[in-house]
Design a protein around this ligand. Sequence first.
Ligand code: SF4
Length: 141
Amino acid sequence: MPEQPSEKSIARMRRFVEKYCEKSGTTTHPDKEITEAVVLGLAKHQDDLGRPLCPCRFYPDKQEEIKHRTWICACDDMQIYKYCHCLLFTNKEGMPITEYLPDDHEGRQLYGVVADPTPNKGRPRRDKAAEREQERIERPS
Ligand code: SF4
């Protein structure tokens, strides 16, 4: 059985999720088990790597990945597009916001266009979309 994350990191991630929902105008998924699984995954990475690396992706080398900020929660896709592919930050129906994603982004292909119910909140790095798309080509991750 995989080792459980520490209570300290779990509590830290719970606080972070609550605050970030408020700040970004999103909510956690109505299915609490989804939220719990992501929180535990983030807390485990916090313990093992010292950073809350996104738990819903595969990384060839996690130590190498944390040198980039791309997938440190809240990741670039969240901060630029308000899109959370882990379904940690969603609208009230549990759908990820996709309206700001490029048309060819996997989120658009999976969920279609999901409008942002709180466009006045979140996306603090919205001006970085061009860099993010360049990175997606050069460093697929
Ligand atoms: S997709 Fe981004 S915002 Fe969502 S849990 Fe992963 S790192 Fe956090």
